[in-house]
Design a protein around this ligand. Structure first.
Ligand SMILES: CC(=O)N[C@@H](CC(=O)O)C(=O)O
Ligand SMILES: [Zn+2]
Length: 315
C-alpha cells in the first residue's frame, strides 16, 4: 500500500469467495450458493475469479448449525496449525481444509475477499459485519453498498473487540466481510431475506469490479455499530434462564437503549431494566443460536469511521 496525494493505492482484488452454509441451518446463504454453483452467470464479473462454496457441507446436510463445534469460531492459530491426525473434530478438520484452499490465513497467497453469508433470527435487517476499522478496501466497499441499498438501510457491525472478537471462517481472506440478514428462523427460507442478501452481494461484486477497473473512490465516512458487550439472560443459581427478552426490547435491534429501559421479563412477571450508564444500540436480540453461548443480545455504540480515497495500484 502506498500513498500519493492522499489516495491510498491498494492491490487489485482478483480472487473472491462466497461462502454459504458456514452454519448449516441458515438457509438464504446455502440456497444462494447452491444456486450459483449450478449457474454462476449472475455473480460473474470482468477480470474476477469468483468461487461460490459451501463451507460446512455436513452441517448443511443435517440442517444443524454445526456437527462438533461452531465452524465460525474454529479459525484459531492453534486449530489451523494442528497436525492432521485422525479424530479431529469435524469443523477443525474443515477449518484446516478451508485454510489450505482459501488461505493460508495472514499470507499473501490468501484469497482477496471472502463474503460469508449468514442468517439471524433477530430483527437486524441487512447487516454487514467487519472485523477491522482500518481496512480501507472494506470501508469503501460497505460505503458503496450502503449507498446502493438506499432507501433501504444496511447496518454495519464492527466486531473489533479484543475479547469478544472470534476466529471466523472469512478471516482466512485478506478482506473479510460477513453478511447477516434477518429475521429468518433456522431451517427456513424467507423470500424477502433471500432477495436482500442477493442484492447486497450484487452491489459488493459491482464495487470490486469497478475498483479493479481503476475507478478512484473519494474519501468517505461510514456509520458503524461497534461491539461493546455481551448480555446474558438472568439465571438462577443452577444456571437456568429465569427471564425472557422483554417485549419492549424484542425486535428492536439497532434502536437506542437507555438506562432504565426494560430488557428482560421474568417468568413470574417482573421487568428487569437496563442499568448501563450510556445509550447503547442492542443487536442480535434473542438470536436462537446464542442461547448456547449465554448471550441474550449484544450492545454496541455508534461511531463514524473515516476512510481515505482509494484506487487500484498500477504496477
Ligand atoms: C447468528 C450467527 O451465526 N451469527 C454469526 C455472526 C458472524 O458471522 O460474525 C456468528 O455468530 O458466527
Ligand atoms: Zn451464522
Amino acid at each position: 500500500m502506498s500513498s500519493r496525494t492522499n489516495v491510498s493505492c491498494l492491490h487489485e482484488a482478483k480472487r473472491v469467495a462466497i461462502f454459504g452454509g458456514t452454519h448449516g441451518n441458515e438457509m438464504s446463504g446455502i440456497t444462494l450458493v447452491n444456486m450459483w454453483i449450478q449457474n454462476s452467470a449472475e455473480i460473474e464479473r470482468n477480470g474476477l475469479l469468483i468461487k461460490p462454496f459451501i463451507s460446512n457441507p455436513r452441517a448443511v446436510e443435517k440442517c444443524s448449525r454445526y456437527i462438533d463445534t461452531d465452524l465460525n469460531r474454529a479459525f484459531t492459530p492453534e486449530n489451523l496449525s494442528a497436525p492432521d491426525v485422525e479424530g479431529l473434530l469435524y469443523e477443525v478438520q474443515r477449518a484446516k481444509e478451508i485454510n489450505r484452499m482459501f488461505g493460508p490465513k495472514g499470507s499473501s497467497d490468501a484469497y482477496d475477499v471472502i463474503f460469508d453469508l449468514h442468517n439471524t433470527t433477530s430483527n437486524m435487517g441487512c447487516t454487514l459485519i467487519l472485523e477491522s476499522s482500518t481496512d480501507l478496501f472494506n470501508l469503501q466497499m460497505v460505503h458503496y453498498i450502503k449507498k446502493a441499498m438506499a432507501p433501504h438501510t444496511c447496518s454495519v457491525l464492527l466486531n473489533e473487540h479484543p475479547q469478544l472478537k472470534y476466529s471466523t471462517t472469512r478471516s482466512v481472506a485478506k478482506h473479510s466481510v460477513g453478511l447477516e440478514v434477518g429475521p429468518q428462523p433456522q431451517g427456513v427460507l424467507r423470500s424477502n431475506v433471500f432477495e436482500s442478501m442477493r442484492t447486497i452481494l450484487k452491489h459488493a461484486l459491482d464495487f470490486i469490479e469497478l475498483f479493479n477497473s481503476g475507478v478512484e473512490f473519494p474519501p468517505c465516512t461510514v456509520d458503524v455499530f461497534r461491539v461493546q458487550e455481551r448480555m446474558d439472560y438472568p439465571r438462577d443459581t443452577n444456571g437456568n434462564i429465569t427471564a425472557m427478552v422483554h417485549p419492549h426490547l424484542q425486535d428492536c435491534d439497532w434502536e437506542p437503549l437507555n438506562r432504565g429501559d426494560p430488557v428482560f421479563l421474568t417468568f413470574d412477571g417482573r421487568t428487569i431494566l437496563y442499568e448501563g450508564a450510556n445509550t447503547v444500540y442492542p443487536t442480535f436480540i434473542n438470536e436462537a443460536a446464542y442461547y448456547e453461548k449465554q448471550q441474550a443480545f449484544t450492545t454496541t455504540c455508534r461511531e463514524m469511521l473515516a476512510a481515505n480515497a482509494i484506487r487500484k495500484a498500477f504496477n
